[in-house]
Design a protein. Structure first.
Length: 230
């Protein structure tokens, strides 16, 4: 069960261990471009086999991504394939491992069928361990271009970026930069250039979903934001 922890002094966080966190968005289904954001770390110090750290939107807050009767889900997952483990070294987790597997995949789920498409980059991504004392930014952009079709994009952190301390202000200021191109934003995150098309989903997508598939280690989420651009 999700709980509130304070592994980093003064930074209370939502802890997830093999579970999904969902919340209805205040704006409901009234959006055409969303940016979902969070500040996140991994509370562990060992390699992680086949992790799935995922953020996206669902249709309703009952039959969500973790349900075998999912009404509809679209989002992005950091390194979920079995070939793509998270490798721990000196306080930082590497995901992607260059030519082995893509850093992230777009994810669609209907009922109990998951469809994944690799983003067009083999660059590594990084997440901090709690031992480092920093919390990284992670953004997922979702654009609606028809009643049931969406594009999904995401951002990643370099090794240096994963080691920079962030705050709630950092999340909001970087997140409101739609192109993630200002000097402030590029200090903390790298936007990908490939949006993946996801079709055949419900026309109502009104719920935020964050999912982590491991009981150990847990992930800790310090802040969550949802920005509607239009």
């Amino acid at each position: 069960m999700a709980s509130i922890v304070e592994t980093i002094s003064g930074d209370r966080a939502l802890q997830l261990g093999n579970e999904e966190f969902v919340r209805k968005m205040e704006i409901g289904n009234n959006w055409n471009k969303l940016r979902l954001g969070m500040r996140v770390l991994v509370n562990g110090t060992g390699n992680i086999v086949a992790p799935r750290l995922q953020m996206g939107v669902c249709s309703g807050d009952t039959n969500t991504f973790a349900s075998t009767t999912c009404t509809g889900y679209a989002g992005a997952s950091l390194n979920p394939r079995s070939a793509g483990n998270m490798t721990y070294s000196a306080g930082v987790y590497t995901y992607g491992q260059a030519a082995i597997v893509n850093c992230a995949l777009s994810v669609k789920k209907l009922v109990n069928t998951v469809t994944e498409v690799a983003f067009g980059t083999l660059d590594d991504g990084f997440l901090p361990s709690a031992t480092l004392g920093t919390v990284a930014l992670y953004f997922v952009d979702i654009v609606r271009f028809s009643a049931s079709s969406y594009t999904v994009n995401w951002s990643r952190c370099s090794l240096a970026q994963a080691q920079i301390a962030t705050t709630f202000y950092t999340l909001l200021r970087a997140g409101e930069d739609e192109n993630l191109s200002t000097t402030f934003s590029t200090t903390y995150t790298i936007k990908t250039v490939t949006g993946i098309t996801v079709t055949g989903l419900p026309s109502v997508m009104d719920t935020l979903s964050i999912y982590w598939n491991k009981s150990t280690p847990t992930v800790e989420i310090s802040d969550i934001s949802v920005i509607r651009f239009y």
